[in-house]
Design a protein around this ligand. Structure first.
Ligand code: CMX
Length: 139
C-alpha cells in the first residue's frame, strides 16, 4: 500500500461541514460529487499529498446514514492508495480478511474502491482505492 489517500468523515449536513472545513483549512473544497452506488454526497479537501473526504448519506440505507444513527459524526474510514486493487484484494482474502465486496466498485474522485470489514482491522473501516485507469472504464 502506497500511502493514506484520504480520511473519510461522516457528517450530518455536507453544506454545514464544507463551510466549517473551509474555515479550518483556509482553502475551498476542490471537488464535490454524488456517488449513487454508495448513496453518498462527498466533498474533498487537499492536505498536502493526502485528502479529507466529507460524506453525507443520501438515504436511509446509506452506510453513512446508518453510521450517523449508531455513532454520530466522526471519522468513518481511512483509505489506502494501492497500485493494483485486484492483487491487494486477492492478497487480503488469502490472509483471511473479510472484504465487503467481491469486486471493486466505482467510488468518488475517479477511484476503484473496496472496503475491509472493521471487525478485522481493530474497529477501523479500511478502504482500498486505486486511481481509475482507461482500461478500467468498462468495469
Ligand atoms: N468504522 C468502524 N466500525 C464500524 C463502521 C465504521 N465506519 N461502520 C460500522 N461499524 C461497526 C458497527 O458499529 C458494528 O459494531 P458492533 O457490532 O460493535 O455494534 C459492526 O461494525 C458491524 O456493523 P453492522 O451493524 O453489522 O453492519 P452495518 O450495517 O453497520 O455495516 C459495514 C457496517 C462497515 C459493513 C458497512 O457500513 C459497509 O459495508 N461499509 C462499506 C461501504 C461504505 O462504508 N460506504 C460509504 C462510503 C463510500 C465512499 O467512501 O465513497
Amino acid at each position: 500500500m502506497n500511502k493514506i489517500e484520504h480520511v473519510g468523515i461522516a457528517v450530518k449536513s455536507l453544506k454545514t461541514a464544507i463551510a466549517q472545513y473551509e474555515k479550518l483549512m483556509g482553502v475551498s473544497s476542490y471537488k464535490q460529487e454524488h456517488v449513487a452506488s454508495e448513496q453518498v454526497n462527498t466533498a474533498f479537501f487537499k492536505v498536502g499529498v493526502n485528502k479529507i473526504e466529507l460524506l453525507e448519506g443520501t438515504g436511509p440505507d446509506s452506510a453513512i446514514t446508518k453510521y450517523l444513527e449508531k455513532r454520530g459524526e466522526g471519522i468513518h474510514h481511512i483509505a489506502m492508495d494501492v497500485d493494483d486493487i485486484y492483487a491487494q484484494m486477492r492478497r487480503l482474502q488469502e490472509e483471511g480478511f473479510v472484504l465487503l465486496s467481491q469486486t471493486p466498485k466505482r467510488g468518488a474522485d475517479n477511484k476503484l474502491i473496496c472496503f475491509v470489514h472493521p471487525k478485522d482491522t481493530h474497529g477501523v473501516l479500511i478502504e482500498l482505492c486505486q486511481e481509475l485507469k482507461e482500461r478500467d472504464n468498462d468495469k
